[in-house]
Design a protein around this ligand. Structure first.
Ligand code: BMA
Length: 767
């Protein structure tokens, strides 16, 4: 039996008498803001105030009743699914535990400390700022990036100490459920379900960990999606067989069929505990085979090779009580709308809540899951630190391994690569050895023991570990940052044929509506103090302008500058993704940096923290669509491609025409094509050298191209042959019509001329 203890808490700064009421999930910053003790921490530079609040210790208390019956139970636990972070926990003024890791699930036996009637929990949360400052002073330098010194010494999400897209707000709190658990006779500690796929059936093997006496047995009832009972049997060493199984597939490849596995623990035929899981039946592998290019890196589900399309996910907020299933549901739905089939949970954040993975299972998104280690050197000379990491890995793998959507576990973000980098040159062998011990021994062993059927990948990027060219182009996954961090033109994406690009990105500003939430009118200049203090990547506002100057004309005003920065970002990422999709087979993954934001500010994201779509997200919807028509142009030559990621053959017509901005047709053509499933097809090679060789013609002609398939679905786009800034755009006259159907408005736009980047926005709502 589970009894939630989330309501009626009080929060008080240590040493103060002033208390605030709160509920769980709850935090100091959240409570202070709700009680008007502080202003919006995301407004202007209020971040600094929020940081200083975390220099104090805080006490969270709650009274609750334990009945005689509960007290007499055979087992009585107090559970915390997320304590952030360093704490001492008291029950009725007796210390029952200390915690040091927000990523763990804690469960304490409280039979000795509890009393019948009213009991009091007291959680003292110590300052994380003081904690890391002290460690930094005593333990000394350890390599790290972006965040406040010492962030690697605490098992608290790294981004909370600042990152190159987020503020330093190391809030304190209890961010997941607190509850009592009572059991009689026994309980289910843990269940692990594995699948062996045969031709027409799946063998389900169940590994169970039951606490209680020998009279216990475990029954499994399997229900299909229509709640029809498929099988009911006592769990034994023999597999449970599901015949004619409905398989789970990533979206676009098939249905996301989920069975319900319901376990009941029986003691002398009396049910004493139960657990339920949603299970997708599928095989999930990463194919790594030598080939002419090097070694493949391909997600493979039910034996089908899949091109992974998606982006990197970061925590949705810095103030964790603001997270919710409803909010994440929108974020996942927007990923689906933009035709993602994958998402990478990046290692500098938190392990997402269960609902994140439920949603990924339901929507068919494959999850690349980093463990929460990023861009830092972790010293292993403190056994307590090593032990808490071991428990963290175990807790999370056990919590999540039954999810069909999780494709792989990855040790960390960018650590193997960074040890090979010039920044860490001259580091001691001892520290490199420690890296190997942590990620290629300790964590790897736990992940492989707890979840032997899933790939453990040592780092992102990696070629398989052991410092063997971690960021190699032709093996493993790659983070490619020369575009942006090294200011290379985005056209450089086409120089590379990565096997799986798990990070590449380009920054932009959020739209004016979002900028208005954190600025005053006087701040609305990209080089103002406030705009720069929301830019966490050094000098990046200038970098956006530098890239912009190479591609677009100087924008008219602040709002246009924000908008054009988004066009630039969208064009850059499209340029890379279309190239990699044209090279399907050699490249099998494009996961851009980054999907979402944790606060309002410029970043690499494609949706901002209010879920407003940047231009990139609209572009992603097209460049990640299962059917993509794209053009590889070189000078005045162009090759049209149709990439078909869907499981159906695509037949239809490709039509192209070279036109001037005022729509005079210079050349045109048509091709009937058939594109097999899961392939890219080069449709035709065009050469406009003679038509466009003089600059006057080149700067006024655009190539439009479309593919209409047998179902009359239309895929289209256009390119120009000179930088946007030189193109002879005519001022468009755009008419619109709005019609209403049952549950939606349809807006139709018509332009008298080529209108390349048209945005529709609404003053009073987001559409
Ligand atoms: C990668 C990520 C993040 C970072 C991003 C942008 O290195 O792993 O650490 O925010 O690049 O710099």
């Amino acid at each position: 039996m589970k009894q939630l203890l989330n309501e009626n808490w009080t929060i008080c700064k240590k040493g103060s008498t002033h208390t605030y009421s709160a509920s769980i999930p709850g935090s100091v910053i959240d409570t202070y803001y709700k009680n008007s003790v502080i202003d919006d921490p995301y407004f202007r530079d209020n971040e600094k105030i929020a940081y200083d609040i975390s220099r104090d210790d805080f006490i969270f208390t709650k009274s609750f009743v334990i009945s005689e019956e509960q007290l007499e139970s055979d087992y009585l636990f107090l559970c915390f699914e997320g304590i952030d972070t360093i704490s001492d926990i008291y029950l009725n003024d007796k210390k029952i535990a200390s915690t040091d890791n927000m990523h763990r699930t804690y469960r304490f036996d409280i039979r000795d400390e509890s009393v019948p009637g009213t009991n009091q929990i007291k959680v003292i949360l110590y300052s994380p700022v003081q904690y890391i400052e002290k460690k930094w002073k005593n333990r000394g330098y350890a390599w790290g990036v972006n965040a406040r010194d010492g962030y690697q010494y605490i098992r608290k999400a790294h981004y909370m100490f600042g990152w190159d897209w987020g503020p330093a707000i190391p809030d304190q709190g209890i961010f997941r459920d607190v509850y009592l658990e009572t059991y009689n006779k026994g309980y289910i500690e843990d269940i692990y379900i594995t699948q062996k796929h045969n031709k027409d059936s799946v063998d389900i093997h169940i590994r169970k960990n039951i606490v209680g006496d020998h009279k216990m047995s475990l029954r499994l009832d399997v229900f299909d999606e229509d709640h029809v009972l498929i099988t009911s049997e006592l769990v034994s060493d023999k597999p449970v067989i599901i015949s004619q199984p409905h398989l789970w597939w990533p979206r676009e490849y098939g249905e996301q069929y989920l069975y319900t596995f319901s376990f009941t623990l029986l003691h002398d035929n009396e049910a004493v505990d139960s657990k339920k899981y949603s299970i997708g039946l599928r095989t999930m592998e990463v194919k790594r085979e030598k080939d002419v290019f090097g070694e493949s890196f391909t997600f493979m589900v039910n034996g089908i090779e899949i091109f992974a399309k998606g982006a990197n996910y970061i925590p949705e907020d810095c103030i964790l009580p603001r997270l919710s299933r409803e909010r994440t549901e929108k974020v996942i739905e927007m990923a689906v709308k933009a035709n993602f089939n994958s998402i990478r949970v990046w290692g500098g954040g938190i392990y997402p809540a269960d609902y994140f993975f439920d949603l990924c299972d339901q929507h068919g998104l494959m999850v690349w899951h980093d463990f929460m280690f990023a861009c830092a050197e972790y010293r292993l000379d403190d056994q307590v630190f090593v032990d808490t990491i071991k428990e963290e890995i175990k807790d999370n793998v056990r919590r999540l391994r039954h999810h069909a959507s999780i494709a792989l576990w990855c040790g960390n973000n960018e650590m193997e690569w960074l040890w090979k980098d010039e920044q860490t040159e001259g580091r001691k062998q001892e520290q490199m050895d420690e890296y190997l011990v942590l990620f290629e021994d300790i964590i790897q062993k736990i992940a492989e023991k707890e979840d032997p059927d899933r790939l453990y990948w040592p780092a992102s990027p990696s070629s398989g570990g052991g410092f063997d060219e971690p960021n190699a182009e032709n093996r493993g996954d790659v983070h490619y940052w020369d575009v942006w961090h090294k200011e290379k033109p985005f056209q450089d994406y086409r120089k590379y044929y990565f096997r799986f690009c798990s990070e590449f990105g380009f920054q932009s500003f959020p739209c004016l509506k979002t900028v208005e939430t954190f600025t005053l009118k006087e701040d609305q200049n990209v080089f103002s103090y406030i705009m720069e203090s929301h830019q966490k990547n050094d000098g990046a506002n200038g970098r956006i302008l530098s890239y912009l100057s190479k591609n677009f004309r100087y924008p008219n005003d602040f709002d246009s500058l924000l908008y054009v920065s988004q066009l630039l970002q969208a064009e850059a990422i499209k340029y890379g993704v279309e190239h990699w999709r044209r090279n399907r087979g050699r490249c099998m993954g494009s996961i851009y940096w980054q999907y979402n934001d944790c606060w309002p500010g410029p970043s690499w994201s494609s949706i901002d923290c209010f879920n407003r779509w940047k231009a990139l997200h609209y572009f992603a919807k097209k460049f990640y669509a299962p059917t993509l028509i794209s053009v590889e142009e070189e000078g005045f030559k162009a090759t049209i491609h149709v990439s078909n990621e869907s499981k159906h053959i695509q037949k239809g017509t490709v039509a192209w025409s070279l036109e001037t901005a005022d729509r005079q047709v210079l050349d045109h053509g048509k091709h009937e094509i058939t594109v097999s499933e899961h392939t890219d097809f080069p449709v035709c090679h065009l050469d406009f050298q003679s038509l466009l060789s003089d600059f006057e013609s080149a700067k006024s002609a655009y190539l439009k191209y479309e593919f209409k398939n047998e179902n009359n679905e239309l895929f289209s786009s256009s390119i120009i042959f000179v930088p946007q800034k030189y193109f002879d755009f005519k001022k468009p006259l755009i008419n619109y019509e709005v019609s209403q159907t049952d549950n939606r408005y349809v807006i139709t736009l018509r332009s008298n001329t080529y209108a390349k980047y048209v945005e529709i926005s609404f003053n009073d709502f987001d559409g």
